[in-house]
Design a protein around this ligand. Structure first.
Ligand code: FE
Length: 132
């Protein structure tokens, strides 16, 4: 099992940028087409901006047209956790970092094959480690 990273909200606030803190610890959403990675196509590994855990391989990223970086599957079955999110009068599936429980975005069932899933992420929660 992945060992969890636990920090106080004050510690997170000190480590993260205000935009990162808003998304990752307050479950905010960055405006579409504004983040660093929605139109990124470089190979590499997307890791959690909070704790560095690998989350997505760039090879699973696809152009969703939404303005948010979108992936059809996580890098392994423990890297990303999901839970039901009933906020804003909608029932959605929230995606969180499996290690530090940062909010990453939401999962929808209108993605491409082979999974049919769309992990709709916020750039603010991610950091691309380019392939060497
Ligand atoms: Fe994390």
């Amino acid at each position: 099992m992945t060992e969890k990273v636990k920090k106080t909200e004050a510690e997170w606030r000190a480590e993260l940028s205000p935009a990162q803190y808003h998304v990752m610890r307050e479950k905010g959403t960055e405006p579409a087409f504004t983040g660093q990675y929605w139109d990124e196509h470089a190979p590499g590994t997307y890791v959690c901006a909070g704790c560095g855990q690998p989350l997505f391989d760039a090879a699973t990223k696809f152009d969703s047209g939404t303005g948010w970086p979108s992936f059809f599957k996580p890098i392994d079955d423990k890297s990303v956790e999901t839970k039901s999110d009933r906020s804003h009068f909608m029932v959605r599936t929230e995606a969180l970092c499996g290690k530090c429980e940062a909010h990453l975005g939401h999962v929808f069932e209108d993605g491409p094959e082979p999974t049919g899933l769309r992990f709709c992420m916020n750039s603010a929660s991610l950091k691309l480690m380019p392939k060497k």
